[in-house]
Design a binder for this molecule. Structure first.
Ligand SMILES: NC(=O)c1ccc[n+]([C@@H]2O[C@H](COP(=O)([O-])OP(=O)(O)OC[C@H]3O[C@@H](n4cnc5c(N)ncnc54)[C@H](O)[C@@H]3O)[C@@H](O)[C@H]2O)c1
Length: 256
């Protein structure tokens, strides 16, 4: 038996229209899983879905427009997927946003939005997509946290983001403990600096080169596919005795 295969599995990926989420969906699909993308942006979602179907023609690709911070939209997305694509036995909570501002200047709206998307969104999607997994007695959830949930990055000021990602790590442990007896594993992947739209502009600055790349023992930013391979491992039977864990994939940034 190939423990790294996802053949016969059905995986939902939030924030799957681009960046790390898209690469996770592609890696899951090329490992044999049917994949459904959830995202805010209809145009990008449709393009990503079409490109995924072309890259992995033997699997079924679904998508649903959804703001993960709105529980009713998450419920509607699940219903819409169930009426065509099917019910999920895997979920990757990847959607996330960042806002940079000094703590004293963070507006209540910005604070709330970051926590709503990055933390409440993970909770709502886990609840809504986890319910049928609980009924079936099988499932795997992977949450994309961040090394920012463990350390304070420099030089960018992003208190709400750091707090939200620390919350994702504890949410992962709490759900893992509660759902382990029901057959559901819950883990997280904590990326370091990865080249995506979220970081592309900053990665071009001298300050980021010095502090971000200079502070990374492997001496470079990660690529989205290097996060995706860790996620596929945690979704697959290869990780059958792993739950409540946070796998740090940061090129060594947090060891210094
Ligand atoms: N890029 C990095 O260096 C890095 C490092 C650590 C952690 N992460 C985390 O990885 C995840 C993906 O980041 P990325 O770099 O690919 O970002 P990205 O901005 O390229 O992609 C994020 C995707 O999430 C979607 N999204 C945003 N808010 C949403 C919402 N409310 N509902 C549904 N979809 C929503 C966006 O439309 C987009 O498609 C995030 O959780 C991020 O915090 C990224």
């Amino acid at each position: 038996m190939d423990g790294s295969s996802l053949s016969g599995r059905r995986i939902v990926v939030t924030g799957g229209a681009q960046g790390i989420g898209y690469e996770i969906a592609l890696a899951a699909a090329t490992s044999g899983a049917d994949v459904a993308l959830l995202d805010l942006r209809k145009d990008r979602l449709e393009a990503a879905s079409a490109s995924l179907a072309q890259a992995a023609p033997s699997v079924s690709v679904g998508h649903a427009v959804c703001d993960v911070s709105d529980r009713e939209q998450v419920v509607a997305a699940r219903r819409s997927l169930e009426s065509g694509w099917g019910a999920a036995d895997g979920l990757v909570n990847n959607a996330g946003i960042v806002i940079h501002a000094p703590a004293v200047e963070v507006t209540p709206a910005d604070w709330q939005r970051v926590l709503d998307v990055n933390l409440s969104g993970v909770f709502y999607c886990s609840q809504v997509f986890g319910a049928p997994m609980l009924d079936a007695g099988v499932g795997a959830i992977v949450n994309i946290s961040s090394m920012s949930g463990m350390i304070v990055n420099r030089p960018q000021l992003q208190i709400a983001y750091n707090v939200s990602k620390a919350g994702v790590i504890m949410l992962t442990k709490s759900l893992a403990a509660e759902w382990a007896p029901k057959g559901i594993r819950v883990n997280s992947v904590a990326p370091g600096y990865v080249r995506t739209e979220m970081t592309a502009a900053d990665l071009e600055t001298d300050q980021a080169r010095q502090l971000w790349i200079g502070g990374t023992p492997l001496g470079r930013a990660g690529e989205p596919r290097e996060i995706a391979s860790a996620v596929v491992f945690l979704l697959a039977d290869a990780a059958s005795f792993v739950t409540g864990a946070t796998l740090v994939v940061d090129g060594g940034y947090t060891v210094w």
